[in-house]
Design a protein around this ligand. Structure first.
Ligand code: RBF
Length: 169
């Protein structure tokens, strides 16, 4: 499909001063690790200092929204509204859901997508949706660039993070 691409992207020179958080689930480790590593590597290629990238994990994808929320807070008490000081310019939430025999996949995918979307407006910072929702393991491996001829989507998420963070700089 020729029309299904991500368009061109101009690298922002604001990246060098940015702090970026990656929060990832520990399920489907092989795929998730490949996505996290490529996202972090791409952030550095785009000009983010290695020391300004923090990587933390949560158990599963369902925990991603709270992980993003908790790690963006400066302390555990003050609501964001009062401080308006998220610790990061952007956060990338990464997980991989693979459909099983029950309804778990649907509930988790839907809840996490909605919560990550609305969380952005609570913490006043962009959150990039790095959640793969795959029907098969092969689809997940492909999207993590682990099958020959396929690109790792972690790089797109890094680019989106910088692009969105630059809008507030
Ligand atoms: N977490 C993932 O990140 N990816 C999965 O594919 C995944 N599949 C799950 C399937 C079942 C049946 C259950 C019970 C949990 C699964 N989880 C998965 C974990 C989930 O995101 C969360 O960590 C747990 O439900 C605890 O809140």
């Amino acid at each position: 499909m020729e029309f299904k691409d991500k368009g061109s992207y101009e690298v922002s020179d604001k990246a060098k001063d940015m702090k970026v958080l990656i929060v990832h689930a520990r399920w489907n480790e092989k795929v998730v690790n490949a996505l996290v590593n490529r996202a972090a590597e791409r952030l550095v290629e785009l000009g983010v200092a290695k020391t300004n990238i923090d990587i933390v994990s949560v158990a599963g994808s369902y925990e991603l929204p709270f992980g993003v929320y908790a790690h963006n807070k400066n302390d555990g008490v003050t609501p964001f509204k009062e401080t308006n000081t998220s610790r990061y310019d952007a956060t990338i939430a990464i997980g991989t859901l693979i459909k099983g025999d029950t309804m778990h996949f649907e509930f988790i995918a839907d809840a996490v997508a909605k919560e990550l979307m609305s969380l952005q407006f609570k913490i006043s910072r962009p959150i990039i949706f790095g959640l793969l929702t795959c029907f098969t393991e092969e689809q997940a491996l492909e999207r993590a660039g682990l099958i020959e001829g396929h690109r790792n989507l972690g790089e797109d998420w890094a680019e989106a993070a910088i692009e969105m963070a630059a809008k507030l700089k």
